[in-house]
Design a protein around this ligand. Structure first.
Ligand code: RIB
Ligand code: CA
Length: 349
């Protein structure tokens, strides 16, 4: 069984990542902690509770941590992920409550209790993890591993010309996290899924159709550029409908910014990396995060050649296989949707 702790800012691609992890029988999510980012932390938590119920995994603890970044004011991006962070999808109010435990307590207590067993996955700003490192500086050695979605290296940012969103929301947290990993054994260094690899995970209408097919829906699930904006799914499968309505919003957003009618599934790729079910390679690097320059705030810089004379603190993904990743996501999530709402269905090639 693979033990995971995930910290998310759900968000559309966080939602696909979470549903994918819930579709994996070999994965045990010990808890889901929530950071403000795409939307406020409380809304992130409600999204996660509702998604867990939709997927029939309602017993996983969902907790909130810091509701604002370490130093700079919180910015959220409802424009990208929708007013509640799930695009056009409207999730029923969850029956369960947000945990009384604080996210930082969960990370510190769970990892101390299970040294070497838990892999961390962070798909939002690094605020909670930075606070957990302040409390337990041994976290990098106590964790089995860590996967981070964030940053961009020698690649255009998606928030400023040089900064990626998760790092941009809380640059000070990201700086502390990478500094804490200096000198840690290579096999424990964070695997960093940055924009140059996650923007290759371009979800297209064909992938949505295949997802519906894998879920055994009778009518093709069509999210098409020529359809009216905001058109809602008519799928009888609630999980397919939820993902379809979320992804449509995200595709319309990407089109608005001249990226085409596609959606970058950054976090779903990071989730598949965390459970070892997608192809990737990495390069060792020393990463620094800019926190002084107003114009370059949140810029992530990688020293791949040891020019700074500092030990590596990251393994940056340098190659991946988008179509294999989508095959994995579609078949696994499709199976979950079919088994939960229809009856089992074979894999779709
Ligand atoms: O830059 C992409 C990242 O920012 C993803 O994690 C997305 O969910 C947003 O949080
Ligand atoms: Ca995210």
């Amino acid at each position: 069984m693979q033990q995971l702790l995930v910290d998310v800012d759900t968000g559309i691609d966080d939602a696909l990542a979470l549903v994918y992890l819930l579709s994996r029988p070999e994965v045990h999510i010990r808890a889901i902690t929530c950071t403000a980012g795409n939307v406020g932390a409380r809304q992130v938590a409600l999204n996660n509770l509702a998604l867990l119920e939709l997927c029939g995994a309602a017993d996983i603890e969902v907790a909130i941590g810091a509701e604002v970044p370490l130093e700079i004011p919180l910015r959220t991006t409802e424009e990208t992920h929708g007013p509640q962070g799930m695009g056009y999808a409207v999730l029923p109010a969850p029956h369960r409550k947000i945990s009384e435990r604080h996210a930082v307590d969960i990370w510190v207590e769970e990892v101390r209790a299970h040294p070497g067993e838990i892999t961390g996955l962070i798909t939002g700003p690094l605020t909670n993890f930075a606070l957990a490192l302040r409390r337990e500086p041994e976290l990098p050695r106590l964790l089995k591993g860590l996967v981070i979605m964030g940053g961009c290296f020698n690649y255009q940012g998606n928030t400023t010309p040089t900064a990626e969103w998760n790092v941009s929301v809380d640059p000070q947290a990201a700086k502390e996290v990478f500094a804490a990993y200096r000198g840690v054994a290579q096999d424990k260094l964070p695997i960093v899924c940055a924009l140059e690899s996650t923007e290759r995970i371009e979800m297209r209408p064909e992938h949505v159709r295949r997802l519906g097919e894998a879920a055994g829906v009778h009518e093709p699930e069509l999210v098409l550029p020529e359809q009216p904006e905001g058109q809602r799914s008519k799928s009888a499968n609630p999980l397919v409908a939820c993902l379809s309505d979320a992804i449509r919003f995200y595709m319309e957003f990407h089109r608005l910014y001249d990226q085409g009618f596609i959606s970058h599934m950054h976090d779903a790729f990071a989730a598949a990396v965390a459970v070892g079910r997608t192809e990737f390679s990495t390069r060792l690097a020393t990463v620094h995060v800019e926190t002084d320059s107003p114009l370059l705030m949140g810029t992530t810089v990688a020293d791949f050649r040891g020019i700074w004379g500092q030990p590596p603190n990251a393994r940056i993904v340098s190659a991946n296989n988008p179509e294999q990743c989508f095959d994995e996501l579609i078949n696994s999530v499709g199976r979950l949707a079919a088994s939960r709402y229809h009856g089992t269905r074979a894999e779709v090639t």
